[in-house]
Design a protein around this ligand. Sequence first.
Ligand code: N01
Length: 536
Amino acid sequence: MNTDNGAAEFDAIVVGAGFSGIYMVHRLRELGLTVRAFEAADGVGGTWFWNRYPGARCDCISMEYAYTFSPELIDEWEWTERYPAQPEILRYLDFAADKLDVKKHFRFRTRVVSASFDDHTDRWTITTDTGESAVAKYFVTAVGCLSTSQTPQFPGLENFEGETYHTADWPSEGVDFSGKRVGVIGTGSSGVQVIPLLAEQAEALTVFQRTPAFSLDCGNRALTESEKREFKENIETFKAISKTTGSGQYTDTLEVSALDHSPEERWATYEERWNRHRAIDLIASYPDLFTNREANETIAEFFRSKIRAVVEDPELAEQLSPRTYPLGAKRITLDTNYFQTYNRDNVELVSLREAPLEEFTARGIRTGGVEHELDAVVLATGFDAITGPLLKIGVTGVGGRTLQEKWKDGPVTYLGIAVDEFPNMFMLTGPGSPNVLTNVVCAIEQHVEWTSNCIEELEKRGARRFEALEPHAHDWTELNDRLAQDTLYPEGNSWYTGANVPGKPRVILSYVGGLNTYRDICDEVAAEGYRGFAIK
Ligand code: N01
C-alpha cells in the first residue's frame, strides 16, 4: 500500500541485516505483519559483511555463536573451527537468511538516512540514500553495536600518499601487501588479529601502539566430529545455560576471593583456565576479579607473564604489557601468534605513549620526531560503538526532538529497548541492554523475541502507540550506571564507555547486571502489562 505522498506503507520497518535483523524480519513475518527491511551492504551479514580483514575471527566459540531458535538451522549447519573466521560466519548468516527466506524483504545497498515519527498518525517515515521513503507503525533498529567505524582525526591524514584501509571497511577483493612497508594503528581485537597476518605478507610492518592489549591465545583448531555431534545432542542444555547465566555462556567460578588463594593456587587456577582458551573462563575464575582492583592485578600479572614468556626482547615485552587499566575493562582480545609476531625481524613496535603520533606526512607517519616511511596504513582504530550506528540514522521523535539532542549527555533508555518521546521504536542490542557484555547472539534472540511478543500483544490490543515513560527510562539508566560503578569497567578507556571517541559522553553503554537478570526483568515488565510503558 502507498501513502498519499507515494511512500510505501508497512506494518514494520527494520534496519540492518545482521544476526538481529534477519531474526527480527523472520519473527515479524511469522506474526503476519508486512515488513520492509533496509541494509546498506550488498548482502546479509552486518558486521561480518564489512570486517573482512585478514584474520577476522569471532571471540566466541562457533557453535555458541549461532541461532538456537530453529532446530532446522541447528541440524543443517556444520561449523568447521572452534573460533570461526569471518568468511564462515558470513556463509552461516547467508545460509540462515536463505533458510528463513527473509532476503526478499530487504532492500540491499540502501542506507536509511532519516527516520521521523509523526505525532498525528503515530507512524514512522524513513528515507534512504536511494531516494526511497517508507512508512510504518513500528520502527525496529537492528543496526548492531560495532558497525560505525571510527577513524581518528589524525593531523595530515589527507596528505598521506600511500594506501589507507580501515579494518571495519575492508575491500571485498582483499589487499596484497607483498613487498610493502605497512603501518598498523591500533592493538585492540582487530589489530591483534590482523597484525600477525600482515607481518607474514608485508616487507616490513610497523605497529603503532597507544595502549597494549591483554590478549589470550585462542588455541584455534578444527572441531572434532564428536564435539559437533555432542553440541547438537545437548542443545537444550546449552539453551538453558544461555538463559540462566549472566554471560549467556557456560563457565565455572570458584567460591573464594582471588586474594584468599595462595599465589601458587591462583597461578595453577589461571594456568588451567588459560589452556581452555576462553576469555570468560579466565575472567570468571574468581568472583571478585572484576570488582576488586587488587584481585584483578593477580590475573593481569598472569597475562603479562605470558607475554614475557613469548617475546624474546624483555624491553619489548614490557612495552607490550598492559599496566594502565584492569584486565577486562577493555575487551580481552583473542589472538593467534600475536606476541610471537614481535620476534620477527620485519616487525617494529612504536609505542605512542613514548613517541606520540604527531602527524601523517606524504610518505608516512611521524612519531616523536621520527618519520616512519610507509606504503600503506591499516587503521584498526575501532568503532563509535553502540550509540554510533543509531545516531547516524538521524532519528526524530515526538515534536521534532532528535535522538542526538536527547542523548547529548549519554543515552537514556528503558531496558535498552525503548526511548521516551520515540514511540513505537524498538532498539535491538541498544544502549542499556546487555548486548556486548554477553554472548551477543543469545542477547539478540532475547531482544527479538521480547520485541516481537510485545508487538504481537500491541496488535492484539489494537494499540496505536507504545511509548516508554520518562521516569522508567531515567531509573533504568541510573540503575545501570550504579551497577557499573561497582565494577572495574569505568577504569578502562574503552568503547564500552564511549571513552575511545573524542567528545563522546562517558557512560557505560551496556547493562552490566547480566543477561539472566535482564531477561527476568524484561519478562516481569511484560507480565505486568508492560510496566513503564504507556500504551494507547
Ligand atoms: O577496536 P578497539 P577493535 N591514536 O576500540 C587504538 C569486536 N571485535 O576494532 O586503546 C592511536 O578495541 C586504540 O588505542 P587505545 C570486539 O568486541 C571482535 O580492535 O584507545 N591509537 C586501540 O588499540 C572488540 O572489542 C573481534 O589507546 C588509537 C585500537 O585503536 C571491538 O570489536 C575482532 C587512536 C582500537 O581498538 C572493537 O575492536 C575484531 C588514536 N587516535 C573486533 N584511536 C573478535 O571477535 C584508537 N586507537 C576477536
